[in-house]
Design a protein around this ligand. Structure first.
Ligand code: FES
Length: 107
């Protein structure tokens, strides 16, 4: 699957990643700026916050309880519709492409 990380400044980072990869892991592995993933994907840090672009919103998994709580703790403002934790969104299995905006800050 293809993942595009739009940055506030400069070119977007476009990756081809294996199915089953989450958006935090893909970013950290490939050195995408602006995604930290401090807790390693446990939905416990909110430093993998992303804003999902509109066309993909309907294809995402539901927000889990832990994710919901952490989305209240993001460094950049939460967007009620578009904010997700990158570690909780996995590509593949019907989600063959996704585009996200990287927030201004994660800390
Ligand atoms: Fe910590 Fe996603 S990596 S919440």
């Amino acid at each position: 699957p293809k993942v595009t990380y739009h940055q506030l400044a400069g070119d977007p980072d476009v990756l081809e990643v294996p199915a089953g990869t989450n958006l935090m892991r893909a970013a950290v592995t490939n050195g995408v700026r602006g995604i930290v993933g401090e807790c390693g994907g446990q939905a416990m840090c909110a430093t993998c916050h992303v804003y999902v672009r509109e066309p993909y919103l309907g294809r995402l998994p539901e927000i889990g309880e832990d994710e919901e709580e952490m989305l209240e703790c993001t460094a950049a403002p939460r967007d009620e519709r578009r904010s997700r934790l990158g570690c909780q969104v996995t590509v593949g299995d019907g989600l063959e492409e996704i585009e996200v905006d990287v927030p201004e800050t994660q800390v």
